[in-house]
Design a protein around this ligand. Structure first.
Ligand code: PMP
Length: 357
């Protein structure tokens, strides 16, 4: 079988050693004679897994003690509704940064619960940049932002909160770089990028912020229910959490978030350099806001784009077609994508250029 280089945007590549351990656990978990898929979530062995995964999240991201680490379900899309359901009371207002497709979805859901003030938007340029923003309106319940815009290929490198509780969708760049958790009151992320398989949603929230909730919400939409039940109010996504644990252990071996961040910068620089050098391609995002996780670019015309897609596919390069709202290409460089795969892509771009001379 031809070796594949998986640049998919999510679910995405995980390290081969993680895949192997996960596969083994499906057949016979730790020599227990049972599959990880059939054990009780209330067993001591699984309780140990969930505890260990929480501790790894705390350790890798330096989560302060007055923050809770929760494992929820429903993906980041459920968080689009759960955040306003908890924190936005009727007649109150929240501020949103409109930086792309997923920010828009978050805004749409928030409007079901209260008033949304868009304090800055980059819609005018098809979300190719991160807009400047400021707010001195201390009455808003929170300010919502998206740290990495998976589709548009832009990333926020600064997080001014202006004294307002800051809520951040970090689905596509969590664990890829260092962050200061204290900058945020609530962070959420679907697991299926740098954490593990789809199914679990990570929430890191300041306890004081959670305690400020006044709304009556259904148990499964109530952060405090998950906090007070150690993320075991109901059956948690056992497999997703287990593989996240394996993957976070792998991340620790890579030098943790600091180590992987260096590698991610290297990978992204390599690819952007080729995009800027190669006359057949052009980056789509504002240079200062270029994402290290999702590199978006275009070919000079449609025929060239089609031809390169086919050329790349023949070399085993998978998942580089851009999302329809942006077009062109999107190469996702998540943590587990080896630098060797980026080299294959860069060389493919060079070979393609030479073949057209
Ligand atoms: N936010 C961002 C930034 C994303 O990239 C995604 C998924 N690609 C989502 C939200 C939606 O996540 P989910 O599919 O887990 O609901």
């Amino acid at each position: 079988m031809q070796q594949k280089h998986n640049f998919g945007a999510g679910p995405c590549i995980l390290a081969p050693s993680v895949m192997q351990q996960a596969a083994n656990a499906v057949i016979n978990w730790n020599d227990s004679g049972l599959s990880i898929l059939e054990v009780s979530h209330r067993s001591a062995a699984f309780e140990n897994v969930i505890r260990k995964t929480q501790l790894l999240v705390r350790e890798l991201l330096n989560v302060p003690n007055d923050y809770s680490v929760l494992f929820l379900q429903g993906g980041a899309s459920t968080q689009f509704a759960m955040v306003p359901m908890n924190f936005l009371q009727k007649k109150s207002r929240a501020a949103y940064l409109d930086t792309g497709y997923f920010a828009q979805k978050a805004i749409k859901e928030a409007r079901l619960f209260g008033e949304v003030e868009i304090i800055a938007s980059s819609k005018d340029k098809n979300y190719a940049y991160i807009p400047d923003y400021s707010s001195n309106d201390q009455r808003v319940a929170y300010l919502h932002c998206t740290s990495n815009n998976t589709i548009e290929g832009t990333e926020m490198f600064e997080f001014p909160g202006f004294g307002i509780p800051l809520v951040c969708d970090m689905s596509s760049d969590i664990f890829s770089r260092r962050i200061n958790v204290r900058d945020f009151d609530l962070i959420y992320a679907g697991a299926q990028k740098n954490m593990g398989p789809a199914g679990m949603t990570l929430v890191i929230a300041k306890n004081k912020f959670l305690d400020s909730v006044k709304a009556e919400v259904p148990a499964m939409m109530d952060y405090r229910v998950f906090r007070d039940n150690d993320s075991m109010y109901n059956t948690p996504p056992v497999f997703s959490i287990y593989v996240a644990m394996l993957n976070l252990l792998w991340l620790k071996d890579q030098g943790g978030v600091e180590g992987i961040e260096k590698m991610n910068i290297k990978k992204a620089n390599m690819l952007y350099q080729e995009i800027d050098r190669n006359p057949l391609f052009k980056g789509t995002a504002n240079v200062a806001h270029r994402s290290r996780m999702n590199v978006t670019f275009k070919a000079i015309d449609e025929a060239t784009e089609k031809a390169f897609l086919q050329f790349a596919e023949e070399l085993g390069l998978v998942g580089i077609k851009g999302y329809r709202t942006v077009g062109g290409f999107r190469a996702s460089l998540y943590n587990a994508l080896p630098i060797a795969s980026v080299e294959v892509l860069v060389n493919a771009m060079k070979q393609f250029e030479n073949s057209r001379k």
